[in-house]
Design a protein around this ligand. Sequence first.
Ligand code: NDP
Length: 296
Amino acid sequence: NNTQVSVLGLGEMGRALAAALLAAGQPTTVWNRTAAKGDELVARGASRADSVEAAVTAGPVVIVCLLDHGSVLETLEPVAGQLAGRTVVNLTTGTPAQAEELSAWVTGHGADFLAGGIMAIPTTVATPDAFFLYSGQQRVFDAHRDVLEVLGEARYLGADTGLASLYDLALLSGMNLMFEGFHHAVAMATSRTEGTAADFTGLLVRWLVNMARVLPAFAAEVDAERESGAEPRLVQTLDLQIAAMANIVDASRAAGVDPAHLELSLAGLRDLLGQGHVVAGAPTAVRRLRLAGPMA
Ligand code: NDP
């Protein structure tokens, strides 16, 4: 595929994306506000664009990977008149609302738009560990799939433009809560002089990997309940969950570790008991988190 691809943004991630395109033999034009960050890529065969306009007009596909939504608007607004007929693929992390706003703006200037989410770090781009989420018009995804696959597995989620951002941020929410859990667990486990974080973490990883394997069964219950109101089967009684959580909170406090996160979970479980629930599996827990109003 010899489609000319322009990459706007040569931070840690933008440089990895451009390097992957070059390594795959894709004709690549690069632009960055601080031009020197492109030097190594130019030495490897990239064309340097001295302006955003030169980058955007270099070819039909423009991949954008900047700091945030504000920097994307700031960068693209001056070249709005040059966008018509091109495809803008935005890989800058942002909210669904920002993706929808950018999509309306880009398509309003006669260009195609694809929203993306990068599930990779710079060192895993273009390796089997990387996957990229895309949403927007299927026609646009299909037309550029070959180029996008160079960066890592390209997963098309659907026509709802905000979906890639929603999934991206939902995946990051799961990751961040896991990291919080790791911090909490290590703080507890290292509160006595015996034992190292490293030794403990070997056990934690083993435990979390085992527990992660249960998640698809929980997800099936959430779906079954959404579809038919079916009663979940993989549940513990609320009494048992509350007793277990109270133990963790007490032991955490006794170990001198702030139990605030877990106290919130405990309060949530007690709320459900107060509402008359006897068991509370994943469907109930997911429903409890939903705020009334914003979504169905
Ligand atoms: P960096 O901080 O390394 O780079 C930020 C980039 O944005 C630089 O190219 C910077 O230009 C540019 N920039 C910032 N503000 C402006 C502006 N006002 N106008 C023009 N350009 C601007 O970030 P990353 O490359 O790591 O991240 C880029 C995007 O990729 C982010 O949205 C991030 O969330 C996402 N991402 C990053 C991952 C990672 O592991 N790094 C993982 C998954 C997603 P300059 O060099 O001139 O400062």
